[in-house]
Design a binder for this molecule. Structure first.
Ligand code: ZN
Ligand code: ZN
Length: 305
């Protein structure tokens, strides 16, 4: 095992353990508890053959979607986001640009797509940061095409795991919607079994059997959780679709680097249509990991990478 900044690097298949794993671990505990509670209430109804085909189909889709979401979420957290390898000594031209007080320069002039801009120097990694890259203070590494540091996965979102992050947000939003639909369908079917003239709540309480009050509270909690998931992640997806169309990262939007001189000018990266954005998301291949190539090199990647 090696370390890189605050990441821990496991060589089998290049798995990274992000600096902060607690949020993702706790959110898994909440999600799996909610799923187990739903099984406790809904599974006897479905296995007992009382549920309609639609309810069983919804059950299948919810679980397929949750499995896809879990897979994408873990891969987002444990995939190299596009870490730029550190250097043991500053590049030769950094010496050339060295300031009179002995400090390394903050930037040097550069051209991107024919537009004049700057390339920034990272005093921690001792490298010129690639265009649109950034040094994440939490992870203590420079990341290519840095989008943001995700508090949820505890890792950086950059060039190599942005597609996985987008897929995880999409499936999480769908999971919230499908689980709410699933519970609504269950309630409708459970209350329509009895044709007696009773209130819906009474029918529901009778249909749920023992511990009906606790089961009702759990169903209400999962529905609220589902809706929170749906609206939060749907909002996040819309925000990122807009950023992709503008051809701007979340980090650039926050820092307003387009307008100021501290980042690449907007004209260097033209806007894209929604079709182009979707095509990019589906067909874009992740670039080779610098870290993985370094580790595979004989003698490379021992101790601090
Ligand atoms: Zn750096
Ligand atoms: Zn980070």
């Amino acid at each position: 095992m090696d370390s890189l900044g605050n990441y821990r690097v496991y060589r089998f298949g290049l798995c990274l353990l992000p600096p902060s794993w607690k949020p993702i671990a706790w959110s898994r505990v909440i999600s799996f508890t909610a799923i187990a509670m739903c099984w406790w209430i809904l599974l006897p109804f479905i296995v007992g053959g009382k549920g309609s085909r639609l309810l069983r189909l919804c059950f299948l889709f919810v679980h397929l979607d949750i499995a896809a979401c879990e897979h994408l979420l873990l891969r987002t957290a444990c995939t190299d986001p596009g870490i730029v390898l550190r250097s043991s000594s500053p590049p030769a031209d950094a010496e050339k640009f060295r300031l009179k007080n002995g400090r390394y320069p903050r930037s040097k002039p550069a051209t991107v797509n024919g537009v004049s801009t700057h390339t920034w120097f990272c005093g921690t990694c001792l490298i010129w940061i690639p265009q649109r890259g950034f040094h994440c203070k939490t992870c203590d590494v420079c990341v290519q095409h840095f989008d943001h540091h995700c508090e949820f996965t505890g890792s950086c979102i950059g060039e190599r795991n942005y597609g996985l992050f987008f897929g995880a947000a999409l499936t999480a939003s769908l999971a919230g919607l499908l689980s709410t639909v699933w519970i609504v369908l269950f309630v409708v079917e459970l209350t329509s079994i009895s044709s007696e003239q009773k209130s819906v709540l009474l029918k529901l309480t009778e249909g749920l059997g023992s511990r009906a009050t606790l089961k009702l509270v759990v169903l209400a909690f999962v529905m609220v959780l589902g809706m929170v998931f749906f609206f939060s992640f749907a909002g996040l997806l819309l925000h990122h679709l807009q950023l992709l169309r503008e051809n701007i990262t979340h980090h650039e939007m926050l820092r307003g680097t387009w307008e100021q001189s501290s980042g690449p000018p907007k004209s260097a990266y033209p806007k894209r249509s929604l079709v182009e954005v979707l095509k990019t998301l589906v067909t874009d291949r992740r670039p080779e990991s610098e870290l993985w190539s370094h580790i595979q090199t004989p003698g490379g990647g021992s101790g601090q990478v």
